[in-house]
Design a protein around this ligand. Structure first.
Ligand SMILES: C[S@@+](CC[C@H](N)C(=O)[O-])C[C@H]1O[C@@H](n2cnc3c(N)ncnc32)[C@H](O)[C@@H]1O
Length: 122
């Protein structure tokens, strides 16, 4: 959890699904909440990936929210990222936003899992 500028990072240990609501609640009065994941959701089962997205949907239904994620589409079939069959470690950098309760999904780029190369989408 990071409150912009004035506050130091507030590091918490929690399961990604269980801790998400509390983490966002902590920052939501301070500004626009941004959730960031990099190669974490592939460690969750597909069912847990769906639950993670459902938790984001609950937040996004009542508040504006942005979600930036760099994850392997091949390993995260529970996420709403556009994909075609891709190698296992191919990574999609994506932006999902909720504005006035409406979700928009944008795949921004395809990249190496450790960022060695990156190709922006058109
Ligand atoms: C490949 S590492 C990604 C590290 C991250 N991108 C970073 O730069 O620190 C995978 C991370 O997922 C975390 N992880 C796996 N399952 C998790 C879960 N259910 N809830 C929260 N984190 C989890 C692991 O603890 C590990 O830190």
């Amino acid at each position: 959890v990071r409150l912009a500028r004035r506050h130091p990072p507030d590091v918490r240990v929690a399961d990604a699904v269980e801790g998400l609501g509390d983490a966002v609640a902590k920052v939501i009065d301070a500004g626009h909440p941004v959730v960031l994941n990099s190669w974490v959701l592939s460690y969750l089962s597909t069912e847990r990936q769906h639950e993670y997205v459902a938790a984001l949907e609950r937040i996004g239904s009542t508040a504006d929210l942005s979600w930036v994620l760099a994850e392997s589409p091949a390993q995260t079939p529970g996420l709403p990222i556009p994909t075609t069959p891709e190698p296992e470690h191919r990574t999609a950098l994506s932006l999902v936003t909720w504005r006035d309760g409406r979700r928009t999904v944008r795949r921004l780029a395809t990249c190496h899992p450790h960022g060695i190369w990156l190709h922006w989408e058109d």
